[in-house]
Design a protein around this ligand. Structure first.
Ligand code: SF4
Length: 374
């Protein structure tokens, strides 16, 4: 038998709880909330990475996806005042509210190569579907053929209230105006006792889920998010993941899950601080393992920084968002790593390949595009 050097310390054997969870994951069985909390609380980080990577390879092989996209934030005026928000007019250093014509000009200025425009912003008072559908038509007019991923569930539910129409009618009008899919924002943390503290005026979890369920029924795919690392506990995260997994079992309409790290600059919750990088990685891994029915796990690189985004691929992440190309303010105002996020394709591909995965340019529905010159 080989001798180890005197100072070499063998890793502790896994405890029984972890062995049981690992046995489920490896034999392709679902883990439950209790199992997920065991992983959050007890799993050694390197071991957790291997487990998440097993699932990631089962679903996505060694591909890591990216796209050419462009972000537009129409306004930071907002009827709500979420305590974690560094972006709305009350907490931001600047206030903006683009006219439809300005938004058209912004869309027209986006690089030729983009395949997707992502539109999300504050919930400006009094605006209903006519206004939001008009923005979509204006973008469609100047950029026909580009996929329009637009409006959080919170914006959509507000439009429905202003117009006094159903969510189904609201979404149908938006779809008719060119909406292709819906981003995942506004989910925050579903647990009511936390929502009451961090975003008391905002729609509740049931409304968020209902918007997405209705969209799925109308054939509009969506994404889902979770704001983590503030005052929530692991049990709140597993409750959130469970509600998403349950909805996905019924509809299969979610494309991707995007954990969003709470950033503490310039908002009333700054005292909460920020969680560590290892906590970010742990959260990616547990999400990947638990959400066995949502195909993609996205790390939004401007928020966590390029190095952690690269590393996150070993913790289940298979999508690094895209080139972005805009002065996105939602996270930069909150102290995100990237102040004016934009990355060219060569840099994005090398970030992916540097961790040993294969960069694949995708469209908004995760179909490989095979148009790279690399
Ligand atoms: S998080 Fe969104 S809904 Fe809440 S205050 Fe900020 S912009 Fe408004």
């Amino acid at each position: 038998m080989e001798e180890f050097p005197m100072n070499f310390v063998l890793p502790e054997p896994l405890n029984g709880n972890l062995q049981q969870v690992a046995a489920k994951v490896i034999s392709d069985k679902r883990i439950d909330r209790h199992d997920a909390e065991v992983l959050y609380n007890e799993a050694p980080l390197g071991w957790l990475a291997s487990l998440a990577d097993t699932i990631r390879r089962r679903i996505n092989g060694v591909n890591t996806y990216y796209n050419h996209n462009f972000h537009i934030e129409p306004t930071n005026r907002c009827v709500y005042n979420c305590r974690f928000c560094s972006y709305n007019e009350r907490n931001s250093r600047t206030v903006w509210d683009y006219s439809p014509e300005e938004i058209g000009r912004l869309a027209a200025s986006a690089p030729e190569r983009i395949t997707e425009i992502h539109v999300v912003g504050g919930v400006a008072p009094g605006r209903g579907t006519d206004y939001y559908a008009g923005l979509l038509r204006e973008i469609r007019r100047v950029r026909p053929g580009v996929h329009l991923k637009a409006y959080s569930a919170i914006e959509i539910s507000y439009m429905a209230k202003i117009d006094r129409i159903s969510l189904e009618e609201t979404l149908s009008r938006l779809k008719e105006a060119g909406l292709d899919s819906i981003p995942g924002g506004g989910a925050e943390i579903f647990a009511e006792e936390i929502r009451e503290k961090i975003c008391p005026e905002k729609d509740d979890a049931e409304t968020w889920l209902k918007v997405h369920e209705t969209a799925h029924r109308l054939g509009i795919p969506t994404n889902a998010t979770m704001l983590y690392g503030h005052i929530e506990h692991y049990s709140h995260r597993t409750d959130h993941l469970q509600r998403l997994r349950d909805l996905q079992d019924r509809t299969r309409g979610f494309n991707a899950f995007i954990p969003l790290k709470f950033k503490h600059a310039n908002n009333p919750m700054r005292e909460a601080g920020e969680v560590s990088v290892t906590e970010d990685l742990r959260n990616y891994a547990v999400s990947r393992i638990f959400l066995d029915n949502i195909p993609h796990l996205k790390a939004y690189w401007p928020m966590i920084g390029r190095d952690i985004a690269q590393l996150s691929q070993h913790f289940g992440v298979d999508d690094l968002d895209g080139t972005i190309h805009d002065s996105t303010k939602i996270y930069s105002e909150a102290g995100a790593e990237e102040k004016n996020p934009s990355m060219d394709e060569t840099a994005l591909r090398s970030l992916i390949a540097g961790a040993g995965y294969i960069p694949v340019e995708r469209d908004s529905l995760y179909r490989p595009l095979n148009r790279s010159e690399h």
